[in-house]
Design a protein around this ligand. Structure first.
Ligand SMILES: [Zn+2]
Ligand SMILES: [Zn+2]
Ligand SMILES: [Zn+2]
Ligand SMILES: [Zn+2]
Length: 227
């Protein structure tokens, strides 16, 4: 069977484009990243353990992030980041656990450096109704000063998935949930055709953004990093 094409994304330091797994290796060796981390050593940040976290949606893994997170920050900071970049629709509850749904819950006030060791994987669940499940794996750690004044630095994310209008084949920017749920179609629409699309059982077409929560609950983006 042909292997499904893996999503790709760019290294934030040097711009090289690769798969999620390729970036895990690349980021450990990227010379532009090394320049940035040496420059940060001259800054005023507090030296600490800095954790390389690989984040992906638990469904197909097409949506992913490579983050560097301060060891002194907490899971609350990570929860806020995930909500901002991927998840927030109506302020649902969320939790972190080890071992998936039935695993032990980890309190959100826990410090990153107490929770993550290379190889440790946490599950984040947002919304216990229409749930979005995210896996967060620690893939490395270094000692040093953070790259930014924020608790998290975004090192890479997947490029927006390619989608084409089901009516004309142009790049799609919108999603019709009625097509998706009731008609077994992808429901992706261009700007033009979204305007006169006849279905409204699930409301107007939703914006197609770079998030694993597209099409779930009332999610409408913007799927932008908070910083
Ligand atoms: Zn790079
Ligand atoms: Zn919601
Ligand atoms: Zn179209
Ligand atoms: Zn439709």
């Amino acid at each position: 069977m042909a292997r499904r094409k893996q999503s790709r994304g760019k290294c934030a330091f040097c711009g090289r484009e690769m798969t999620r797994g390729g970036l895990t290796k690349h980021l450990a060796a990227c010379s532009q990243r090394q320049k940035a981390t040496s420059a940060a050593e001259h800054g005023s940040g507090k030296a600490q353990a800095l954790h390389h976290l690989q984040v992906r949606d638990a469904w197909a893994g097409d949506f992913w992030l490579h983050l560097e997170m301060n060891g002194l920050a907490t899971l609350t900071d990570l929860d806020r980041y995930l909500r901002a970049i991927w998840l927030e629709c109506c302020g649902h509850l969320s939790q972190f656990s080890i071992g998936g749904w039935s695993g032990a819950e980890i309190p959100k006030e826990s410090q990153i450096q107490q929770v993550f060791r290379p190889g440790v994987e946490l599950t984040h669940i947002y919304d216990f109704g229409t749930s979005s499940e995210t896996l967060i794996k620690a893939v490395g750690v270094r000692q040093g000063k953070p790259l930014t004044p924020h608790p998290i630095a975004l090192m890479a994310r997947n490029d927006p998935p390619e989608a084409y209008c089901i009516e004309c084949g142009e790049p799609a920017l919108w999603l019709c949930l009625e097509c998706l749920y009731e008609r077994n179609e992808s429901g992706t629409l261009c700007d033009q055709r979204a305007k006169d699309h006849p279905h409204d059982d699930y409301g107007e077409p939703m914006p197609l953004v770079n998030s694993p929560r597209v099409g779930m609950c009332g999610y409408c983006g913007p799927a932008e990093p908070p910083y």
